[in-house]
Design a protein around this ligand. Structure first.
Ligand SMILES: Nc1ncnc2c1ncn2[C@@H]1O[C@H](COP(=O)(O)OP(=O)(O)OP(=O)(O)O)[C@@H](O)[C@H]1O
Length: 305
């Protein structure tokens, strides 16, 4: 079996007594599109920077292509295309100058793929980047990350600022990259993007990995929304007392429930209470994602370490 491209084992990092990430573990296989999802400040960029050897870690083990990035950053960078969350470009240089400089530094002479990407994303090459919109700068970042056909792409919020058409183009590019046997690590707080693109997903919150699974399995485990209507108002506590049931809306004779796990007890109670109408929505990942957000403990476990 091919060894994993990325291994992180219990990596932690704090910033002046404030815990940034805490025992994060990840394993990403070759050719996989791996989604890394989490709210603002959850620890996505910190994890990425540690994987690239740009931040030191306080604890844990990291291997990227079998190398520890803390000691072999240049080798790791040669095999990796990185699109940072906050793209730093030289404001006075044009897109073309950026592409030329980076290609030169990498010793890249084949420009055919670069030109194809420029064409596909409609990159504005000749104006100083300070005059470009956020989306137009982001396109330059995408080309910089992909143009040398790296074996690993690490993309932090890659489609931020891109219009829907280009988001579609980006999705095709990611799929092609994975079909080519190369690996994509995609960090985002856009659930839709991750849902569409990733094979597996890890959700990080408050510096901890809350769950790692395939998108399919997460979808299966996602809560269903069930709406019930009665001819009178009913006590929502009866439903809330059932295992895996949360009452999300209680509007006199109508109840909306979020149900994880068995639906039979809900149906039995609804029948017992002579429900007039029932509708159920397909489980979707949005709801699951929100569950992870909502279930964050009050206060924060990450402070004070
Ligand atoms: N250089 C730093 N100095 C101090 N604290 C930092 C630094 N980098 C990250 N942190 C802290 O670590 C935590 C994780 O931040 P990180 O940037 O990794 O989150 P993120 O998931 O990438 O967020 P976003 O989606 O907003 O980019 C936050 O509490 C942040 O304030």
């Amino acid at each position: 079996m091919t060894p994993p491209v990325v291994v992180a084992e219990k990596i932690s990092r704090s910033f002046g007594g404030h815990l940034g990430i805490d025992q994060v573990s990840l394993e990403i296989a070759q050719g996989e599109v791996f989604g890394f999802l989490g709210p603002n400040g959850a620890g996505k960029s910190t994890t990425i920077r540690i994987l690239l050897g740009l931040y030191r870690r306080d604890a844990g083990r990291v291997e990227v292509f079998g190398l520890d990035p803390a000691r072999h950053a240049p080798e790791v960078h040669r095999l990796t295309g990185y699109l940072p969350g906050e793209l730093a470009l030289y404001s006075r240089l044009s897109g073309r100058q950026h592409l030329q400089r980076v290609a030169g530094a990498r010793g890249q002479t084949d420009t055919a793929y670069r030109d194809e990407l420029v064409e596909r994303f409609g990159v504005e090459l000749d104006r100083p980047v300070r005059t470009l919109s956020k989306g137009n700068r982001q396109k330059i970042g995408i080309v910089l990350a992909f143009m040398h056909r790296p074996d690993l792409l690490i993309l932090d919020e890659p489609t931020s600022g891109l219009d829907p058409l280009l988001q579609g183009e980006f999705a095709r590019l990611v799929r092609e990259t994975a079909d080519d046997g190369r690996t994509v690590f995609l960090s985002s707080h856009e659930l839709d993007e991750v849902q569409r693109l990733a094979d597996r997903v890890a959700i990080i919150r408050e510096g901890n990995i809350a769950v790692t699974d395939t998108v399919q399995a997460l979808r299966r485990a996602a809560p269903r929304t069930i709406e019930l209507r009665f001819d009178r108002s009913v006590d929502p506590a009866q439903f809330a007392a059932l295992e895996g049931v949360r009452v999300t809306n209680n509007d006199s004779d109508q109840l909306t429930l979020s149900v994880t796990g068995a639906v039979a007890p809900v149906l039995a109670l609804a029948a017992q209470l002579d429900a007039l109408d029932i509708s159920a929505r397909r489980a979707d990942l949005d709801e699951l994602f929100l569950t992870y957000y909502r279930d964050q403990p009050a206060g924060s476990a990450r402070h004070g370490c």
